[in-house]
Design a protein around this ligand. Sequence first.
Ligand code: AR6
Length: 170
Amino acid sequence: MKAKIHLLQGDITSADVDAIVNAANNSLLGGGGVDGAIHRAAGPELLAECRQLGGCETGDAKITKGHKLKAKHVIHTVGPIYRGGRSKEPELLASCYRRCFEVAAENNLQSLAFPSISTGAYGYPISEASGIALRTSLEQLKRFPQIEKVVFVLFSQSDLDIYRKALEKL
Ligand code: AR6
């Protein structure tokens, strides 16, 4: 199952997968970082569709179409804001990844691309978040063998290096 996990450096908005994952906020009405980039690339129809969803709880995930993106779907999830690590952040971050896989499987999707959820504006230390992201994804790949490929698209080379080290440790 580890062979199904790929690590890349780049911009997730151009990923050629069934769904890209958005690191959104509770409103699902857009923001900065990867959320802003996805909304810009998908076009205003994405925001119109998101308005119908009524927001999203931290740790949960909701699906929309991809609109102008190459990916047919966007799975919007809301990571925890890091407040020192004792406010259920690890559980909530793992829940984001788990819920994205569940939503993907419910929609018969076979390939997914993730950004590094919560490690930008939400301040989660990437050394810890990368382990949670990869461990949870490996568990979910065992649970959903129909999912063939998971790509982590890291925005910087240094983030990619951290994910590579974390993947080696699994
Ligand atoms: N492709 C891949 N990764 C990206 C891209 C991109 N185009 N752009 C940024 N990243 P962040 P969060 C990386 O802040 O921490 C938003 O305003 C970035 O370098 O986007 O979950 C939302 O609306 C970092 O490694 O998400 C929320 O309010 C990672 O994506 C809040 O930010 C996540 O950084 C969510 O914060």
